[in-house]
Design a protein around this ligand. Structure first.
Ligand code: AMP
Length: 443
């Protein structure tokens, strides 16, 4: 199927072609006709599925088709997103896809200059992409009028709820005209989202492009057993040995992110960090450095990494496992995007095993536990004691690859230790760096 078969106008098809896309992704194929037909939509789609274009394209088309008085420039579409990074990116997508249509857009988000955003709003924009808190600030100042809003999009709705935006969202909805089209995109559907959809959406069509609460099959999941005090050395080793290249590394706390960044830097790794205590300009610079390959590791906290868009990110590393299994789904949504295979590597200590089990439950399949290749470390054992890992290279810290080791020994043995029995039939593979097309996620 091609984009032209979806009923999009030539101006939009030209912009799509400029972006280099020839085939719509599944969420685009399903959602675009629904939105063009004027129906409310509830879509289960995570980042990386092409969901942004799935709502931006049909909204642009419908606004353009009915735009009469371009001088008036009332806000006609409101897109709510959880983070400033996502606000910037979604607004960039609106600009990219709308390059041949005379519609204006603005992004409003916290942590950036209010006067600048006010000026842009005053200049007039039909499409506003906003984080809920900043948007309400503007509402209370009387700087934005919702009277002409025809479209409401909640993007990454589950994330907005996680971040405590539910009251702001409800307030915003209460201020909108009741006659409007509403679209909700969410990677997961916890009860709070289901309740919200009941009040927000009218007779919605549903689209589900990833199985509910599961992870994309393009991502290979690797769990490496490393005790907390060995994680930093293990990660350094993985990067310096070339086992992992460009990686987004998730750390739970801002403090932890800073500490790890300092350690990696001292180990000679080109590294940058993004988290909530860093200024917007610093975050943008860090992201640019990473995208341009000037740094090979970007250390990020969960919230700061939300919505960042990096094409073809090969590795996501969970330096700490996230608190909830849903967060794991979100984190690894950063890799394996737009048809590119990715690897999600989690460094898991013994105390994190219950979280790993939650993740396995959510994904509906086990993830085999492996040793860090070529890294001699003390690993946990089922009895709670620690012993040197058999089969790993000798020596302390970053170590040589032991060619005598049978390639799959570690994986099988690790599996055995968790199962408390003999090695079971774990799929065999030689490692996770250069095996295109192999996807343990699908087993
Ligand atoms: P999203 O899920 O909206 O964050 O999009 C993920 C990535 O896929 C972005 O980098 C988009 O530029 C890209 N993308 C969106 N639609 C397509 C398409 N039809 N073909 C190829 N890439 C796409």
């Amino acid at each position: 199927m091609s984009f032209s078969q979806l009923g999009l106008r030539p101006e939009l098809l030209r912009a799509i072609a400029d972006s280099g896309y020839d085939t719509p992704t599944p969420v685009q194929r399903e959602a675009i006709p629904i939105v063009l037909a004027g129906r409310d939509l509830m879509a289960g789609a995570q980042t990386g599925t092409g969901k942004t274009a799935a709502f931006v394209l049909p909204i642009l088309q419908r606004l353009h088709a009915s735009s009469t008085d371009v001088d008036r420039r009332a806000v006609r579409a409101l897109i709510l997103v959880p983070t400033r990074e996502l606000a910037i990116q979604v607004e960039e997508s609106v600009t990219t896809y709308g390059v041949h249509v005379p519609l204006r857009s603005v992004a409003v988000y916290g942590g950036a200059s209010l006067p600048d955003q006010l000026r842009e709003l005053d200049a007039g924009a039909e499409i506003v992409v906003a984080t809920p808190g900043r948007l309400l600030d503007l509402v209370w100042r009387g700087s934005i009028d919702f009277g002409a809003v025809e479209f409401l999009v909640l993007d990454e709705a589950d994330r907005m709820l996680d971040m405590g935006f539910i009251d702001d969202i409800r307030t915003i909805i209460s201020l909108l005209p009741t006659e409007r089209q509403s679209l909700l995109f969410s990677a997961t559907f916890p009860d709070a989202i289901k309740r919200l959809t009941r009040t927000l959406l009218r007779d919605p069509a549903t689209v589900q492009v990833t199985p509910p609460n599961s992870t994309t099959t393009l991502v290979e999941h690797v769990v490496l057993r490393v005790e907390d005090d060995q994680k930093r050395a293990a990660l350094s080793h993985l990067v310096r040995s070339g086992r992992i290249t460009s990686a987004l590394v998730f750390v739970r706390t801002k403090h932890g992110a800073d500490r790890l960044t300092g350690h990696l830097f001292r180990d000679g790794i080109r590294v940058a960090a993004i988290h909530g205590d860093r200024a917007q300009s610093q975050r943008i610079a860090a992201l640019d450095d990473f995208k341009e390959g000037r740094v090979s590791v970007l250390v990020a906290t969960e919230v700061a990494a939300r919505g960042i868009d990096i094409d073809a990110l090969p590795y996501v590393v969970n330096y700490d496992l996230p608190r909830s299994a849903e967060d794991y789904v979100h984190r690894i949504g950063r890799t394996g995007r737009a048809g590119v295979d990715g690897v999600a590597i989690s460094l898991v200590s013994e105390t994190e095993l219950p979280q790993l089990r939650d993740i396995e439950r959510l994904m509906g399949r086990p993830i085999a536990v492996e040793q860090v290749p070529g890294f001699a470390a003390l690993a946990w054992t089922p009895s709670g004691g620690r012993r040197p890992v058999r089969g790993a290279a000798s020596g302390s810290g970053p170590a040589r690859n032991d060619s005598r080791r049978r390639p799959h020994e570690g994986r099988a043995r690790a599996h055995e230790s968790r199962q408390g029995g003999r090695p079971s039939s774990v799929p065999r593979r030689a490692g996770w760096t250069a095996i295109p097309g192999e996807r343990t996620a699908e087993r």
